[in-house]
Write a protein that binds this ligand. Structure first.
Ligand code: PMP
Length: 421
């Protein structure tokens, strides 16, 4: 697959790509950690603050009604983006981690009890592991981990084999943040639903890189962060099927979620999504997220998927051809992520060296220590992850830089450092 030149105009939308890094310009290949933000998103946030800023749902004045209208239309935009049946199935959160914790504590506690089991995959980010582990510890349930195969992939059969009559919830990443593996979510949800088990999908690494339709996937809950899809920091989404959100309890209570309150009598709560958004929401960034969706869809989600994959394929093939370099994961990349190791070198040394070329990559254990350990990669990997503004020239620069890396401080002094887990 070749890298489309139609994307060359995209770079001009991202002011940060023109920044001077001590004489170099950034080759930003750390998109799985966070993406850069296009002018269109920055402008939408600026426009909100300069023409509509107020609090939502609180007052009758024009600015408050404007803010409410923009916030609620952002919700509608997210619902369309995800193929949700209704905009009230979209809860704004602080991000993926926040969304998953809300489901674990607010919904998990309703359906998982003593002696029950929660199933996750063996490739989860800590944010889709620790909330489930804590839930299990709190209610006396068992966390079961579905093993990955020898290629670091997850098969539907491996999932099915672990389902028992005690399984009450399944949580799985749509796309792995370590290797970019795309998991068979549709098959997993189909099997889970045959047993009446709800499935929570961590979509943090999926939404920016491939079309996602929650109904087609059969996801009962779907979680993602705006900042990984060209939107602002500090806002994210919890999609939940309406009948499941009805069973979910709010973790945070306070203003904005009740119609009527007494000191000791029953309160009259609003329904989803407002029940889960107590306090003043992050209105401007929800508006920014809607602008990011417009931006992605303006390019075309299929086109974005093909572009990111073509860059990953070019990188994986080029890295494999270098002496002493191992590319982890499937033989051909499945998403926009390539994780690799250089023999005898600590990933931090690789990252430091690449930084001297202006190349930004993520190094270390990627908040997925049990997965990294299961692959036998104790010191972690170097991860290049691609987005809409990346080019074939940047991939070639990466290859050139990797081919000249040498042992450095970390390889010699801290061969096992994992302090950034
Ligand atoms: N899950 C996956 C697969 C991720 O890659 C990340 C971010 N690295 C998260 C969850 C957590 O996202 P956030 O930090 O935005 O909450």
């Amino acid at each position: 697959m070749s890298v489309s030149s139609d994307f060359s105009a995209v770079r001009a939308d991202f002011p940060i790509l023109g920044v001077d890094l001590d004489g170099r310009s950034p080759a930003y290949l750390d998109n799985a950690a966070t993406t850069q933000k296009p002018r269109q998103v920055l402008d939408a946030i600026h426009d909100y603050y300069t023409t509509a800023n107020s609090n939502v749902g609180r007052s009758v004045h024009t600015l408050s009604m404007r803010a409410t209208e923009r916030y609620e239309s952002a919700r509608g935009r997210v619902a369309e983006f995800l193929g949700a049946a209704d905009k009230d199935e979209v809860v704004f959160t602080r991000g993926t981690t926040d969304s998953i914790n809300m489901v674990a504590e607010g919904f998990g506690r309703q359906v998982v009890g003593s002696g029950d089991e929660v199933l996750i995959s063996g490739m989860e980010h800590h944010s889709n592991l620790l909330p489930w582990r804590r839930l299990c510890e709190r209610v006396g349930a068992t966390l079961r981990v579905v093993p990955i195969d020898e290629h670091g992939e997850l098969t539907p059969e491996a999932f099915t084999a672990q389902i028992t009559e005690r399984t009450k919830l399944i949580a799985v990443a749509h796309v792995s943040n370590v290797q970019g593996t795309v998991n068979p979510v549709r098959e997993i949800t189909a099997e889970a639903h045959r047993h009446g088990i709800p499935v929570v999908v961590d979509g943090a690494q999926a939404v920016a890189h491939r079309p996602v339709d929650v109904q087609e996937l059969g996801a009962d809950f779907y979680c993602f962060s705006s900042h990984k899809m060209y939107g602002p920091m500090g806002v994210g989404v919890l999609y939940g099927r309406a009948e499941l959100l009805e069973r979910m309890q709010p973790i945070n209570v306070g203003g904005g979620i009740v119609r009527h309150v007494t000191y000791d009598g029953p309160n009259k709560y609003y329904k989803a999504p407002h029940l889960f958004e107590s306090g003043t929401p992050n209105i401007a960034d929800a508006v920014g997220l809607a602008a990011a969706i417009d931006y992605l869809e303006g390019i075309g989600r299929e086109q974005v998927a093909a572009h990111d994959l073509a860059l990953a394929e070019r990188a994986a093939a080029g890295l494999r051809a270098l002496d002493g370099v191992t590319v982890f994961g499937a033989q051909r990349p499945q998403g926009g992520i390539v994780s690799f190791g250089v023999e005898g070198l600590h990933p931090y040394d690789v990252g430091n060296h690449l930084n001297t070329y202006g190349i930004a990559v993520r190094t270390g254990v990627h908040c997925a220590v049990p997965f990294i350990d299961s692959l036998g990669l104790t010191i972690g990997t170097t991860r290049a992850s691609f987005g809409v503004y990346n080019t074939a020239e940047e991939v070639d620069l990466l290859l050139e830089a990797v081919s000249t890396v040498e042992k450095g401080f970390w390889s010699n002094e801290h061969p096992n450092d994992r302090s950034l887990a």
